[in-house]
Design a binder for this molecule. Sequence first.
Ligand code: GLN
Length: 474
Amino acid sequence: MRAQSSFSEIRQQLDAGKISCGQIVDHYLKNIREKNGKLNALLSVYDQEAKEQAHLIDQKIKSGSAGKLAGLVVTIKDVLCYKDHPLQCGSKILDGFQSQFTATAVQRLLDADAIIIGRNNCDEFAMGSSNENSAFSPVVNADGHNRVPGGSSGGSAVAVQADMCAVSLGTDTGGSVRQPASFCGIVGLKPTYSRISRHGLAAYASTFDCIGIFSNNVKDSALVLEVISGEDEYDSTVSQKEVPAYSEHLEAGKRYKIGYLKETIDNEALNSEVKAAFARQIDELRAQGHQVQEISFPLMEYTLPTYYILTTAEASSNLSRYDGVRYGHRTTEAGNLEEMYKKSRSEGFGEEVIKRILLGTAVLSASYHDAYYIKAQKARRMIQNELNELLERFDFIIMPTAPTTAFELGSKTENSMEMYLADLFTVQASVAGVPAISIPMGRDRQGMSIGLQILSKAFEEQKLLAFSNYLLDN
Ligand code: GLN
């Protein structure tokens, strides 16, 4: 079995009886045993369960009753509920917590006969760009052991990168699927806001949070997207729009009109090798007959501050439920109720989460509400409008996924501003709610991967996936 085989190729072999789900699961378990000790991408491995599932699904394949994803081995980020399995959001505050129900996206995978083999490490409550904010130690990039995998879904990215599963689910609030995909040399898709139900996803910033998909190729992402998307009686915010059969229409063929933003390539944070790879990509696109044009996005400099004001505000509200009473960690050293709340939260949350709760509380407080929160909401609408106007004129907007390749572990932990700059190019699609994908576009001189990000209009995942598939195949 080739690590890079698309699932449809594996499925053909399964249906022809050439391999079994049992063998596939053994393959991944072997890789997990050999690699996870160093990489720390998985916090739990459901080995026994995965073997039992594989056995059951092998029977279904024989009897012709297997689901669409039979034989697809998946891992899920530690913010997605999976009934009777641990859920900690990378945090000590949820010590000992087990999910009481299963997230809709996870349930849909199970219903389609995917096999869930483990739970991915991540930044605490999905806040971070390097996976160094996990209470369970950082995840390590499999391409270079002193490098971060990106964050916050670093464990999900590395699990796919290091062939410990075929596909993983992450979450992307401001880039947490696309940026680690870029750092790990794989495909990372953030669909349109509201495309996938968030029932059973521990909320970080509710008007931004999206479930996203990591895979080795675009076809697998398309297939998983079509299985997990769509309306859900448990999530009133999910789109009612019909879900196309994405994986069946991946032929591109057309010549497209593509824009790239002056503000991204002229940005001083952009690393020269990433810039050069992007310039080569533009040349290639032109050589293939696409029309590629430089455009301007003057609001670019406001996207990161807008993102951080709004997400910290929403986080401060969402995370108020972790109070030491209802679930998770409770201090043993409190003299009264108020002290119990304060101590439980101070002991349970890590530094970055505390910082963001404080910041979010400040921007929502009576004295700063108008100056920060309301203003950021207005800025968000302007950014949305400006981006949507561009997406009316162009089929796609492209840019490097991140300004740099994977940086060294520990190199940015002391400087929050530098860390936040890792999201410079990914927050735009999140602020606007449009879909975006990161696909590999080469490597730097040290062998670290460089990602190309492609944005399209809301709900145009079909076109976005087809174009990405074409780029990876050519
Ligand atoms: N790195 C960004 C942040 O820290 C994005 C996180 C995410 O998308 N979950 O907020």
